[in-house]
Design a binder for this molecule. Structure first.
Ligand code: ATP
Ligand code: LTN
Length: 338
C-alpha cells in the first residue's frame, strides 16, 4: 500500500466482519454478508477476518479446519474482496483477540447479558446443553473483541448476528464509562432481501451450514446437477402463481435469491413468470444460481494455496499492528503495568 492510500484510510470509516471456517460457505453467507462487504470495500477502511477461534467453539477436525481456513480466504477473494483494498487475515494469527476477550469477560460482560443470547440457546439446545463448550457461551464476547479492536464503525452481518453486535455496543459503552473513551460504538448493517435467506427445506428457519439436511442449503461449491436437484426439491407454497408476499415465505425466499443473483427486480421476475407456474421459475432459478457458482468456482480454482497464504501473512501483519496499539491502550487503562 502506498503512502497516499495509508493517509486516505485514516479519514475513512472502518468496517469489520468475519465468517467461521466451520463448514462449506452457502448462498446465505454470500447474500446476507459477503456480497455487502464487496460493495462496502470502496467506501470503507475494510477488514475481513476468518474467525477460526469462533469455529472451535464446536468440535472441529484439525486437518479439515486447516483446509477450510484457506478455502474461506479463497472464497472471500473469488467473491470480490480485493486484498489490495481490504485487509484479510486469520483471527488466531492476532493474539490481541483472545486477550481483549478475556479482559471484556472480566470488566464489561455480565452473566445477565450473556444469558439473553439466543444463538447460544439455540445451538446448545441442539445437542446436550450440559456438554456445550464454555467457549460457545462466551462466543459473543470474542466477537465483540474482534469488532472493538479495530475501531469499527460498521459491521455488515446477516440478521442472526445483530444481537451479538448489540452486545458489542453495550460492552464498548460500559468500558468507555468505566475507563474513559477507548472504543468506537459500532453499528450493525444489514442487506435488504439478503439479510435472512431461509432454508430451502424449511422457510421458517435460516439457511445454515450446520443444518441436518443438505437440502437446506446450496453451498458455493455445489455442482450444477446438485443445484438443479436442490432447487427442484425446495418446498413451495400453495397456489401456482409466482408472486412475492409475506404469506408465501418459501416463494419469497426463492424470489429473493433470484433477484439478488440476477439483478432483475422482483417485479420483472413476477412479470416473466406470469401464467407460467413454478416449474419454469424453478428451472430458470437453478440456472441463474449455476451461472453464478460456475464463475465463482473457476476463480477459486485459479487461486493457489501459496498465494492465499501470502495474502493472509501480510494481512496478519497489518492486523497485528492495529490491534497491538488498541490492546496496549486497554491494558494501560485497566491498570496493568506497561
Ligand atoms: P451456522 O449456521 O453453522 O451457525 P452460518 O451458516 O450461520 O453457520 P456463519 O459463519 O455463522 O455461518 O455466518 C457468517 C455470516 O453469514 C454472518 O454475517 C451471518 O449473519 C451470515 N449468514 C449466515 N446464514 C445466513 C442466512 N441464512 N441468511 C443471511 N445471512 C446469513
Ligand atoms: N459470529 C459471526 C462471525 C463473527 C463476526 C465477528 C462477524 C465473528 N467475529 C466480528 C462480524 C464481526 C457469525 O457469523 N457467526
Amino acid at each position: 500500500m502506498n503512502d497516499l492510500i495509508v493517509k486516505l484510510l485514516e479519514f475513512m470509516k472502518k468496517t469489520f466482519s468475519g465468517v467461521q471456517p466451520s463448514g462449506e460457505l452457502h448462498l446465505g453467507n454470500y447474500l446476507g454478508a459477503i456480497k455487502n462487504w464487496v460493495s462496502m470495500q470502496d467506501e470503507y477502511d475494510a477488514t475481513f477476518c476468518i474467525v477460526d477461534l469462533h469455529a472451535i467453539t464446536v468440535p472441529q477436525d484439525p486437518k479439515e479446519l486447516r483446509r477450510r481456513i484457506l478455502d474461506v480466504a479463497k472464497a472471500y477473494i473469488a467473491l470480490g474482496i480485493d486484498p489490495e483494498k481490504s485487509n484479510i487475515f486469520v483471527q488466531s494469527d492476532v493474539n490481541a483477540h483472545t486477550e481483549l476477550c478475556w479482559i471484556l469477560n472480566c470488566v464489561a460482560a455480565r452473566m445477565g447479558d450473556m444469558e439473553k443470547m439466543t444463538q447460544f440457546k439455540d445451538k446448545s439446545a441442539k445437542g446436550d446443553a450440559q456438554r456445550a463448550s464454555v467457549g460457545l457461551f462466551d462466543y459473543p464476547v470474542l466477537m465483540a473483541a474482534d469488532i472493538l479492536l479495530y475501531d469499527t464503525d460498521v459491521v455488515p452481518v446477516g440478521e442472526d448476528q445483530v444481537q451479538h453486535v448489540e452486545l458489542a455496543r453495550t460492552l464498548a459503552r460500559r468500558f468507555n464509562k468505566k475507563f474513559g473513551d477507548t472504543f468506537i460504538v459500532p453499528q450493525p448493517e444489514l442487506t435488504t432481501e439478503g439479510k435472512r435467506i431461509m432454508g430451502l427445506d424449511d422457510p421458517t428457519k435460516k439457511m445454515s451450514k450446520s443444518a441436518v439436511s443438505k437440502y437446506n442449503y446450496i453451498t458455493l461449491m455445489d455442482e450444477p446437477d446438485v443445484v438443479r436437484k436442490k432447487i427442484r426439491k425446495a418446498v413451495t407454497d400453495s397456489g401456482s402463481d409466482v408472486t412475492y408476499s409475506d404469506e408465501r415465505p418459501a416463494l419469497q425466499n426463492l424470489l429473493n435469491i433470484y433477484t439478488l443473483l440476477s439483478k432483475k427486480s422482483i417485479k420483472e421476475i413476477e412479470l416473466m413468470y406470469d401464467g407460467r407456474g413454478f416449474g419454469d421459475f424453478k428451472n430458470d432459478l437453478a440456472e441463474v444460481i449455476i451461472e453464478f457458482l460456475t464463475s465463482f468456482q473457476q476463480r477459486v480454482n485459479d487461486i493457489s494455496d501459496e498465494e492465499v497464504k501470502r495474502i493472509l501473512k501480510s494481512g496478519a501483519k497489518k492486523a497485528n499492528e492495529q490491534a497491538t496499539q488498541k490492546i496496549q491502550e486497554v491494558k494501560e487503562k485497566i491498570g496493568f503495568v506497561m
